[in-house]
Design a protein around this ligand. Structure first.
Ligand code: GAP
Length: 459
């Protein structure tokens, strides 16, 4: 497990322009973060990798991009209005509010997730180990469910009939478009619909930097299958998703699968397996959940909307409501895991270097081009090479400072390759490519750089 601390990662992310605290000039707002120039590139790469593997590289998945504000009945049908709750407990001494299951677990080790409000209230009252972490008080109000959906109003009148919600998962935009996609594209069960977008949850205790925030992104895919084939498809998707994380370069020893116990499954799930990462500051934590959602959502939407959400299987000449297998991941969490996994401090010839050993596919900048000197004609050749490469990838051009310093800056930013144009280049038309991790240098013709880079990035 990587030993980098949370403080170090947060400071590093700010210093190098990966992630900033939101509204920092006003003192910041808890649990909101902004992605800076390097962070936005990296998160984009994660989303692009996901889309490429889930949609472009397959012939059984299509994409959509649904609205964040949906008809409020969607959330009645999906069950979120009734059941998307965390248990909240308020300390009467400090006035602080806590997630009751977390408070109990931290004080007693009892796993309280999924318990009823009454059970939790009883434990808090009877077990003297449960104390307000702020002032040690033991005077708590009864535990009550707290709905995590953000409410808003549509239109100028703030009346109950105008209440709307910011979606707490992107999945429902897929279920409500099931019929549209079926009718307008040539998909046949088994097939999937993928979507990437923002979701919102009014988490009681957000935390661990970008791991748990109130506004975050999801990458979700609903895969519709014939009932009876769902368990097999579920297994296939667990395997598929596991391989995807290894392909991003995460160390296998820091990944594991976690099977949700039956009694703790979400209201829609028959079986859920998470892919977890071993964060140094939080232990094993979920990056993605792969759920067998059965036919719950389509049935509920059919019931609440009156729409026919069955599928007609022409080969079998029969209709059924498909079952759904859902891999649901979070790019913010994946980015944090990749940063933690890749962060290294090393000693090189008596000097400390910080290096982000990111897979080239997710690295924010793919290569940097350096002229050894600012003087012409060396700089001109370097600029030409930079102009030639930059349309395909994010490439960085840097001609200031000693070459060693320039390398260090790119090591920290996770740039896998540095290409240097020197005096010999003028004669032999060759440049050196330096590998970030091994620091080895290879000399190749300028003409071959573009193809070489392509090979190195996709390998
Ligand atoms: N549609 C199923 C669903 O929403 P989930 O496990 O609640 O399942 C899926 O969410 C993924 O979304 C999680 O694995 C996580 O990566 C991400 N996610 C959920 N809540 C989050 C939060 N508060 N902050 C950041 N990411 C979050």
């Amino acid at each position: 497990m990587s030993q980098v601390s949370m403080e170090k990662i947060v400071a590093f992310c700010k210093r190098r322009g990966f992630v900033y605290q939101s509204s920092e000039i006003y003192g910041g707002i808890r649990s909101s973060y902004d992605y800076g120039p390097l962070g936005v590139e990296m998160k984009r790469n994660i989303k692009d990798e996901w889309w490429r593997s889930m949609v472009h590289a397959r012939d059984d998945v299509v994409g959509i991009d649904a609205a964040i504000i949906m008809h409020p009945r969607v959330w009645a049908a999906s069950g979120h209005l009734d059941t998307f709750n965390d248990m909240l407990v308020e300390s009467r001494t400090s006035g602080r509010r806590y997630r009751a299951d977390h408070l109990i677990e931290e004080a007693t080790g009892i796993d309280a997730e999924g318990m009823s409000a009454e059970e939790m209230t009883r434990i808090i009252e009877e077990d003297e180990r449960v104390k307000d972490p702020v002032d040690g008080g033991r005077d708590f109000a009864p535990v009550r469910p707290f709905n995590l959906m953000f409410e808003t109003y549509t239109g100028p009148v703030k009346s109950p009939e105008n209440i709307a919600y910011l979606r707490p998962e992107t999945a429902q935009g897929i279920f409500t478009n099931f019929k549209n996609v079926l009718d307008t594209s040539r998909v046949k069960v088994p097939f999937g619909i993928a979507q990437i977008g923002k979701s919102f949850r009014n988490e009681i205790t957000p935390g661990n930097f970008i791991f748990r925030t109130r506004e975050f992104e999801q990458m979700e895919m609903e895969f519709f299958v014939e009932p009876g084939t769902d368990e097999e498809w579920h297994e296939r998707w667990i395997e598929e998703r596991w391989r995807w994380y290894l392909g991003l370069g995460l160390k296998e020893e820091n990944l594991r699968r976690y099977e949700h116990p039956k009694e703790k499954l979400s209201h829609y799930s028959k079986r859920t397996v998470d892919i977890e990462y071993n964060f140094p500051f939080a232990g094993w934590s979920e990056l993605e959940g792969i759920a067998n959602r059965t036919d719950y959502d389509l049935r509920r939407h059919a019931e609440f909307s009156g729409a026919n959400l069955t599928y007609f299987d022409t080969a079998k000449n029969e209709s059924y409501v498909p079952y759904v297998v859902e891999p649901a991941a979070g790019p913010d969490r994946i980015m944090l895991a990749l940063l933690v996994d890749a962060y290294h401090e090393e000693e090189v010839r008596g000097e400390q270097r910080v290096v982000l050993k990111l897979h080239p596919r997710v690295a924010p900048t793919k290569a940097a081009v350096f002229p050894l000197t600012r003087k012409e004609p060396v700089a001109k050749v370097a600029r030409e090479l930079y102009e030639d490469l930059k349309g395909d990838y994010r490439i960085f051009y840097d001609e200031s400072g000693a070459i060693g310093r320039r390398y260090r800056r790119q090591d920290e930013a996770g740039t896998p390759f540095c290409i240097t144009v020197d005096f010999d280049t003028l004669d032999d038309r060759q440049v050196t490519i330096r590998d970030r991790d091994s620091m080895e240098q290879e000399r190749i013709p300028i003409k071959a750089v573009r193809d070489r880079l392509k090979d190195l990035i996709s390998s």
